[in-house]
Design a protein around this ligand. Structure first.
Ligand SMILES: [Zn+2]
Length: 582
């Protein structure tokens, strides 16, 4: 509670200081008026206009009240009646992977023309000699096959002959989404010492042209391919390339009305944020989470929960307890319906070198991190994983005493019937990604059955239990499914519980739908609360950071099916217009 008071004090000092010298100095830097503003502030839920000065809201209210603060230097934007909300806060992104993914992927590519266009695009921004990696082709075929009415699509395989000349100075090794095939251009084959006219390597099957036996570039044999290229393909990317990837990803974030993210990336990414902040190029606030077993690294620097500052927040950790639904490795009390010998698995910090569960081992990490004053967030998907984690939290209360931990149950995907009532007393924040449900609902019941699905992505029950929901995207997703950062997808999923194509008509377990107002709150205020920042952001109120999004449609009035068509018109971060739709 100290921090917010401190920042408010600063504003008041600033106002007083400027007020003494020159009354006109109180004029706003920026005024947005004639809008339909949904503030997510219960004291004053709607407004027409806001005034911003030094990165903070200094007035929120009617056009008349707010326009009175305009001075000669004030930029005034007429919102033309459009709908505005606090800037979206995405509580779950993997920024570095997303930045890499955005640079080059052919996940949704269905034709050779699109493939060539993507390759042209990526090399236009790359110094010669840089490797092109990633790819994940075929994921779209898989994706489409699971959606209604998209059967019979020809599987796409990149034809390397189309891009070989184009990429003669850019070695390229890309893969199919499921690692069942790889594609290398001639530059990559030659870098690995392979003669394209007589391709041979242990454990690798090369596809060859019928007419002359020349390698087409398509290879199978994942281990063989890995061995062949492991010494050839550089580890990671150059710092310059990562900065370029980061800038590109920041652009995508601005375009989506997102003003804060909670990230889980490597420390080089954190370094890049700091560099871009120096140059004024950071356009999103970041809550940066370290891995749980690195708790001592933060402790050694004296960083505690809610540490850092409003641009780069530090002091929280992320651990994993079980696997994921996508690979049927999430941990359940009972086996999977489609795989009766499998009830999922525990992750690294739960087990010994042999993979055997070690009682108390994970709890020790939690106790240590918690004693160091750090915020803990843990990935839990299956019902047993969520249950066990709640047991650990009870143990934390007993051993370290109760405190305002804001423990984030990351994913909280399938919760056992008796565990819902345990969420609120433990102060749990369910950090969920509603878009997952629009994808997973296709096969959830097949895998865990109807009964267990009642507790799956059960947002309404979580909310009614008194626990808090905080939304995010899980951008960029897995190698088989893209989770875009666009908050409209998450809002749509939470409100409709339908696939992107509107199936099933009544929604999947429709009792678990929540209102658009609750969904917006989970993407703004609650998400700010999740990083101990609700006093400085997450709603549009005087004194708070001026982060907001202006949208093309009034989300509270349109039919939920139209949420997906909503575009961002303006994104404002720290009082600065960082995106304006052309
Ligand atoms: Zn994730």
């Amino acid at each position: 509670m100290v921090r917010p008071l401190f920042s408010l004090t600063l504003i008041m000092v600033a106002l007083l200081a400027s007020g003494c010298a020159e009354p006109a100095g109180e004029a706003a830097d920026l005024i947005l008026h004639n809008g339909t503003i949904w503030t997510v502030d219960e004291a004053a839920p709607t407004a027409q206009a806001v005034a911003i000065q030094d990165g903070h809201f200094i007035a929120v209210g009617s056009d008349d009240e707010v326009l009175a603060l305009a001075g000669p230097g004030t930029e005034v934007i007429d919102l033309d009646g459009h709908f505005a909300t606090p800037g979206f806060i995405d509580t779950h992104v993997h920024f570095a992977s997303a930045a890499r993914f955005l640079e080059f992927n052919i996940m949704r590519t269905g034709t050779q023309e699109e493939f060539v266009a993507r390759v042209e695009e990526v090399i236009s921004g790359l110094p010669e000699g840089e490797w092109i990696r990633g790819g994940f082709w075929g994921a779209y075929d898989q994706w489409a096959a699971g959606s209604v009415g998209s059967e019979g699509q020809e599987p796409f395989v990149p034809d390397m002959e189309h891009i070989d000349t184009l990429t003669s100075t850019y070695p390229m090794l890309i893969r199919k989404f499921d690692n069942s095939a790889f594609a290398a251009n001639t530059a990559a084959l030659e870098a690995a010492g392979i003669d394209p006219l007589d391709p041979q390597a242990p454990g690798v099957t090369f596809e060859q042209r019928k007419e002359d036996g020349r390698a087409t570039g398509i290879m199978t044999g994942a281990e063989g391919v890995r061995d062949l290229f492991s010494d050839v393909v550089p580890q990671g990317f150059t710092h310059e390339r990562r900065i370029a990837q980061t800038k590109n990803a920041l652009e995508e974030i601005r375009r989506r009305g997102v003003t804060s993210v909670s990230d889980m990336s490597d420390e080089e990414q954190l370094e890049i944020y700091r560099e871009l902040r120096q140059t004024g190029e950071m356009t999103v606030r970041v809550d940066f989470r370290y891995p749980l077993d690195d708790w001592h690294q933060l402790a050694a620097q004296g960083i505690e929960r809610g540490g850092g500052d409003a641009w780069i927040r530090l002091g929280s950790l992320k651990g994993h307890i079980d696997g994921i639904m996508g690979t049927s490795s999430a941990r359940f009390f009972q086996p999977y319906d489609h795989d009766p010998d499998n009830q999922g698995r525990w992750r690294r910090l739960m087990v010994d070198e042999n993979g055997d569960f070690v009682e108390g081992q994970f709890l020790d990490y939690l106790l240590n991190a918690d004693s160091a004053g750090l915020q803990i967030t843990v990935h839990a998907i299956g019902d047993e994983a969520n249950h066990l984690l709640m047991n650990y939290l009870e143990a934390l209360n007993q051993q370290n005493g109760e405190r305002d931990r804001r423990f984030r149950l990351v994913h909280a995907q399938v919760i056992a019937p008796d565990d819902f009532e345990r969420l609120a007393p433990l102060g749990i924040i369910a950090e969920v990604q509603p878009y997952h449900l629009s994808d997973d609902m296709r096969w959830m019941e097949e895998r865990i059955g109807h009964e267990r699905c009642k507790g799956a992505y059960a947002f309404k029950r979580i909310q009614d239990s008194g626990a808090m929901l905080a939304f995010g995207s899980d951008w960029p997703g897995t190698s088989a499914a893209e989770y875009p950062i666009n908050p409209m997808l998450g809002l749509y999923a939470a409100v409709t519980r339908q696939t992107m194509s509107g199936q099933p008509e009544a929604g999947w377990f429709p009792d678990e739908r929540i209102s658009i107002e609750d969904a917006i709150k989970a993407y703004t205020y609650n998400a700010a609360y999740a990083s101990f920042e609700e006093a400085i952001k997450g709603s549009i109120a005087v004194g708070k950071l001026a982060d907001l999004a202006v949208l093309s449609q009034n989300l509270r009035e349109i039919d939920p099916s139209a949420i997906l068509d909503t575009e961002v018109l303006y994104t404002i971060v720290d009082g600065r217009v960082v995106y304006r739709k052309e």
